[in-house]
Design a protein around this ligand. Structure first.
Ligand SMILES: [Mg+2]
Length: 202
C-alpha cells in the first residue's frame, strides 16, 4: 500500500474505530427511542417536539454510558495511537457520541488516554458527522488544514464528513462488509484492521 505524503494529523472516529465494534447496539437503541430503523438517531431526535427531544436525548445518553462501561479498546488501537504519536502526528477524535460516554469508555483503555489527543470533539462540541464542520473544527484545533488531515472511521458518515471537508479518508471495516451505500463517496483507503493505518500514514 502506498504511503501518503504531507499528512500531518490523523482524526479518528471513536465508537467501533478506537473501541471494539458492537458496544453500541444501534437497532436496540432505536427500538427504545421509537426511532425508525432507516433514520440516524440524532437526526430522528431533531424532528421531535422540544420536550420530547429532551426526554429522548436523556434516554440515548443513558444507553451510551451503559454501553461505554463495557466497551473495550479496538484490537490494535492503542498500539496504533502510540506509533502515530511516535511518528510525530497530531491526533484527534471526532464522535457523534456524548462526551460522558467517551470519558467512560476511556476508563477501559490501559496504554493510552485522552491526553494522547490534541483535539477531542464529542457531539456537545461540534455539529454531527456526516456534516464536515467537526472536521474543520478539529483541523483548526490541531493547527493543520483539512487537506493535510486523514479521517479514519468505521461508518459511512465518517467517510462522508471527511470527503466533504476535503480530507483524506480511511474506512475501517473491522473484517465486516463495507457499510458504504452505492451513492456514497468512496473512501481513499479501506482497511480491515486499525493497525493497517500504520501502512498508510508512514
Ligand atoms: Mg463509529
Amino acid at each position: 500500500m502506498d504511503g501518503i505524503e504531507n499528512i500531518k494529523a490523523v482524526l479518528f472516529d471513536f465508537d467501533g474505530t478506537l473501541t471494539q465494534p458492537g458496544a453500541l447496539d444501534f437497532p436496540a437503541i432505536k427500538r427504545k427511542l421509537d426511532c425508525p430503523v432507516d433514520l440516524p438517531i440524532l437526526e430522528f431526535i431533531e424532528t421531535q417536539p422540544p420536550q420530547e427531544q429532551a426526554r429522548l436525548m436523556k434516554t440515548l445518553e443513558e444507553q451510551e454510558v451503559n454501553a461505554a462501561i463495557s466497551s473495550m479498546p479496538n484490537s490494535g488501537a492503542e498500539k496504533t495511537i502510540l506509533a502515530l504519536l511516535d511518528r510525530g502526528y497530531c491526533l484527534g477524535i471526532l464522535t457523534r457520541n456524548s462526551r460522558k460516554s467517551l470519558e467512560t469508555a476511556f476508563l477501559n483503555f490501559s496504554i493510552i488516554d485522552q491526553a494522547c489527543f490534541e483535539a477531542i470533539l464529542a457531539r456537545e462540541d461540534a455539529p454531527p458527522k456526516p456534516g464536515p464542520e467537526g472536521i474543520y473544527m478539529a483541523a483548526d484545533t490541531l493547527g493543520v488544514t483539512t487537506e493535510s488531515l486523514i479521517m479514519v472511521g468505521d461508518f459511512r458518515f465518517d467517510i462522508m464528513a471527511g470527503v466533504a471537508a476535503e480530507a483524506l479518508t480511511v474506512l475501517l471495516t473491522n473484517n465486516k462488509p463495507s457499510p458504504m451505500l452505492p451513492d456514497d463517496p468512496a473512501p481513499d483507503y479501506t482497511v480491515s484492521r486499525i493497525d493497517e493505518v500504520l501502512d498508510i500514514v508512514l
